[in-house]
Write a protein that binds this ligand. Structure first.
Ligand SMILES: NC(=O)c1ccc[n+]([C@@H]2O[C@H](COP(=O)([O-])OP(=O)(O)OC[C@H]3O[C@@H](n4cnc5c(N)ncnc54)[C@H](O)[C@@H]3O)[C@@H](O)[C@H]2O)c1
Ligand SMILES: [Zn+2]
Ligand SMILES: [Zn+2]
Length: 383
């Protein structure tokens, strides 16, 4: 298999290496794929670094909808613009960029509205179950291969719409800031933008993957006094301390419901809770762990199943919310988060537990599946 991407000068098609998921529940396969040139409003980028997020695993193993295959997964990445399609003025070859699974077109009524970041032109508005837009620039062995979440970063090259891309500080290390493409912004923003955590408050974060740990960091930066980290894997508590958690609860250590445990610890419940697991039972527990009157619970974890709860929990003054990409308007928010990292106002390096190459992607997937990593960065091409 060729590496580094070979361009056929006549057709301008790039042949390069990518990890193709041919079907659900199987390891992905490193294949040579063809990446067509960018069309109107599209940009072709060379991926420098990408990391595995649980939403990739969700599509591969957990999704009840089994369409959207074959597909190139991956949506957390950073890279360099290779070429631009007609009508693209905002980007030029050589620009350092971060792909955005959530678009920001700046024209639709949602983009223009200050209260939401969910752009009308996002794939998630159209085909959320398959998590893949219908249009793709990938071919492998003569077959059309879907693009995942409008990005597909487990590839040396990918094509994204310009509304799914943002330019960042060229000095930023791409093998670090790739994490700002999804997980860190998602968790951090859920705390500061969506929950709007206030100084002196008590928070509980359920699930301590990168998303949950970033939520812990958000609570800490917002001035929360007590940050209770909840996970069934106690190996995660050491890391949670680094980001600012000061109390730890393993639901497996208790016979009673976790909401009761938290309620007893906090005189009636926490002010804010964040569900960063992706489990409908945990979503309910997170809501029930908040205090009546003003408790706010934010759903961050990804799940297509139905959930349940008692209306009385809301009637008595709790608020149940959700957030996609931490409420950040993506194109505007990500460069700001990169800036915060460069100015040492935001931790990023601390999330990276492993560095591997694209060829080792199945190892990265297995580690996440078994709770053995926080984030594995796959180095795809030299910066
Ligand atoms: N809303 C969004 O925009 C968005 C974006 C990215 C990721 N996500 C979702 O966020 C979730 C977390 O992603 P991640 O990459 O951090 O995943 P991860 O797999 O690294 O972390 C999940 C954590 O949850 C813990 N956990 C499992 N069951 C638990 C339980 N019953 N109680 C408490 N903790 C439990 C695991 O031990 C693990 O530490 C996933 O559902 C992912 O799909 C949502
Ligand atoms: Zn993600
Ligand atoms: Zn829009």
């Amino acid at each position: 298999i060729s590496t580094g991407g070979k361009t056929n000068k006549l057709s301008n098609v790039i042949k390069c290496k990518a990890a193709v998921a041919w079907e659900p529940n199987k390891p992905v396969v490193i294949e040579e794929i063809e990446v067509a040139p960018p069309q109107d409003g599209e940009v072709r980028i060379k991926i420098v670094a990408t990391s595995v997020c649980h939403s990739d695993l969700y599509h591969l193993f957990e999704n009840i909808h089994k369409d959207g295959f074959p597909v190139v997964l991956g949506h957390e990445a950073a890279g360099i613009v290779e070429s631009v399609g007609p009508g693209v003025t905002e980007f030029q070859p050589g620009d350092k960029v971060i792909p955005l699974f959530l678009s920001q077109c700046k024209e639709c009524r949602f983009c223009k509205h200050p209260k939401t970041n969910v752009c009308e032109k996002s794939w998630s508005e159209i085909r959320i179950d398959a998590m893949s837009p219908l249009d793709s620039r990938f071919t492998c062995k003569g077959k059309k291969v879907y693009q995942f979440s409008g990005t597909s970063t487990f590839s040396e090259y990918t094509v994204v719409r310009q509304i799914n891309l943002t330019k960042i500080d060229p000095a930023a290390p791409l093998d670090k800031v790739c994490l700002l493409s999804c997980g860190i912004c998602t968790g951090y923003g859920a705390a500061v933008n969506t929950a709007e955590v206030k100084e002196g408050s008590t928070c509980a974060v359920f699930g301590l993957g990168a998303v949950g740990l970033a939520a812990v960091m958000g609570c800490k930066n917002a001035g929360a006094k007590r940050i209770i980290a909840v996970d069934t894997n106690p190996d995660k508590f050491e890391k949670a301390k680094v980001f600012g958690a000061n109390e730890f609860v393993n639901p497996k250590d208790h016979d009673k419901p976790i909401s009761q445990v938290l309620s007893e610890m906090t005189n009636g419940g926490v002010d804010y809770s964040l569900e960063c697991v992706g489990n409908v039972e945990v979503m309910r527990s997170a809501l029930e762990s908040t205090v009546q009157g003003w408790g706010v619970s934010v759903i961050v974890g990804w799940n297509m199943h139905e959930f349940s709860g008692q209306p009385i929990k809301l009637i008595t003054g709790r608020t149940w919310k959700g957030a996609l990409f931490g409420g950040f308007k993506s194109k505007d928010g990500v460069p700001e988060m990169v800036k915060a990292y460069m100015n040492k106002k935001l931790m990023v390096d601390e999330f990276i537990t492993h560095n591997l190459t694209l060829d080792q992607i199945n190892d990265a997937i297995e580690m996440m599946k078994h709770g053995k990593c926080i984030r594995t960065v796959l180095n795809v091409s030299p910066q």
